[in-house]
Write a protein that binds this ligand. Structure first.
Ligand code: AMP
Length: 347
C-alpha cells in the first residue's frame, strides 16, 4: 500500500480522468488532476486539481510538488514535458512509450519491427502524389499526431481526388482502407511482473467515432487467443506499466491487423466497470501505484453505448433498470459528437 502522503497525479480532466479519480478514491489513493480546461469533470472527483496549459512550467512545478507519481488519461501530452517531469517524479506509462505511440508512423514502424501486422501506410509527400500507386486507394489521410475520434482524417477514393486536395503540410499518414468484417479491441493491464488481458471487445464505429462496444466479441476462440497474445506481446516489448488498449481490424480471411494502440484506459473498456470485478480504471490505478496484482474476473456480458452530443438528453430522460448503468460525465458544453456519457447493459 502506498504511504499516507502518496498522491497520484493525473494529466487530463475528461471522463477518463474522472473515472480514474473515482477508482483511486475507492482504493483510498489521493489524486491531483492537471488539466488545461475548466470544462473538466474529473476535478470534482479528485482531491486536488490545477488548471493550466500543459506547457506552463510554473504550474507544472506546483503540480509535481503536490504529487508522488504521474499518469495520464490522454496521449497527446508533449514528450519533452513528460520527459522533464520524469527527472523528478516517476511517470507511468514511460514517456518514451508515449513518444512512439503518439506518432501514427513510429507506432506502425515499431509494430512492424516486432512482427505485428498493421494497415498498409505511407507518409504524405505532397510533391509526390502523382507517383502513388492506384492500387493503394481508397485511403484515409490522418494527421500523424493529435488525431482522435476521426478528427484530422480525410477519405480519398482515388488518386485524382488526393491530387486536387490542399494539405496544409506533410504531417499526414496515408492509410489504405481495410475491408474489415469486425473491429475488436483488447485492454491489457501490465503490473511490474504480470500482464493480464481482458476479453476482446467488439466495437462499432460510425464517422470514425466509437458508438457501441460489446463483450464478448463475436469471434472464434482462435482469433480471441491471437488478439490477446498480440496485445500482451506488445506490452512486453514496450516494458509497459498500466492499462493499454490495442485496437484491431479483423478481415474475412482471419487476418488481424492492429489499427492503433492507446497507451491509457480506453472507451471500449468502459464496459469493464459493470462486467468485471476489477475495471480497467481500478487495474490502471493498481498497476501504476504498484498495488498487489488482482486478476480481473468477468462476471457478466455487456453492451456499452456512447451518449454523443445532443443524444445525452435522451439518455438522461430514460429510466434505467437494474441491469443498466448510466454514466453522465457532467461536462459543461454539449457539442456535436462530443462524448458526454455512456450506458452499459449487462446480461
Ligand atoms: P482511428 O482514429 O485511426 O482509430 O480511426 C477511427 C475509426 O475509423 C476506426 O476504428 C475505423 O472504424 C475507421 N478507420 C480508421 N482507419 C481505417 C482504415 N485504414 N481502414 C478502414 N477503416 C478505418
Amino acid at each position: 500500500m502506498p504511504s499516507k502522503n502518496f498522491v497520484l497525479g493525473i494529466f487530463g480532466g475528461g471522463q477518463l480522468g474522472k473515472l480514474l479519480a473515482i477508482a483511486a478514491k475507492r482504493l483510498k489513493i489521493k489524486t491531483c488532476i492537471y488539466t488545461n480546461s475548466i470544462d473538466s469533470p474529473a476535478i470534482y472527483y479528485s482531491d486536488d486539481f490545477i488548471i493550466g496549459s500543459y506547457l506552463d512550467k510554473k504550474k507544472l512545478n506546483i503540480f509535481i510538488k503536490k504529487i508522488s507519481i504521474i499518469t495520464f488519461e490522454f496521449e497527446n501530452i508533449p514528450f519533452s514535458i513528460l520527459k522533464n517531469l520524469e527527472k523528478n517524479i516517476p511517470v507511468f506509462p514511460k514517456p518514451e512509450i508515449l513518444k512512439t505511440l503518439q506518432n501514427r508512423i513510429s507506432e506502425k514502424i515499431f509494430l512492424n519491427n516486432i512482427g505485428v501486422r498493421t494497415t498498409e501506410f505511407k507518409k504524405l509527400k505532397r510533391n509526390k502524389l502523382k507517383s502513388l500507386d492506384n492500387n493503394f486507394f481508397p485511403i484515409l489521410a490522418k494527421t500523424i499526431n493529435l488525431g482522435y475520434d476521426g478528427k484530422g482524417q480525410t477519405f480519398f477514393k482515388n488518386k485524382s481526388e488526393i491530387i486536387k486536395y490542399k494539405f496544409p503540410n506533410d504531417k499526414y499518414i496515408l492509410e489504405k482502407i481495410v475491408n474489415f468484417t469486425q473491429e475488436i479491441s483488447v485492454v491489457i493491464v501490465a503490473y511490474k511482473k504480470k500482464i493480464f488481458a481482458y476479453e476482446p471487445i467488439e466495437n462499432f464505429h460510425s464517422e470514425q467515432i466509437l458508438r457501441q462496444s460489446i463483450s464478448p466479441a463475436r469471434i472464434s476462440r482462435n482469433i480471441n487467443e491471437k488478439a490477446k497474445t498480440i496485445a500482451i506481446r506488445i506490452a512486453k516489448k514496450l516494458n509497459y506499466r498500466g492499462v493499454m488498449c490495442v485496437e484491431y481490424f479483423l478481415k474475412k480471411n482471419g487476418d488481424l491487423l492492429v489499427n492503433e494502440i492507446a497507451p491509457r484506459v480506453h472507451n471500449s473498456g468502459h464496459l469493464t466497470l459493470d462486467s468485471y470485478n476489477i475495471s480497467q480504471f481500478q487495474s490502471h490505478i493498481r498497476s501504476v501505484c504498484n498495488l498487489k496484482f488482482i486478476q480481473p474476473k468477468k462476471i457478466k456480458n455487456a453492451i456499452m453505448k456512447n451518449a454523443l452530443g445532443k443524444n445525452i438528453y435522451k439518455f438522461r430522460e430514460r429510466k434505467a433498470n437494474n441491469k443498466e448503468f448510466f454514466y453522465d460525465y457532467g461536462k459543461m458544453y454539449v457539442k456535436d459528437n462530443r462524448k458526454l456519457g455512456h450506458l452499459t447493459k449487462v446480461y
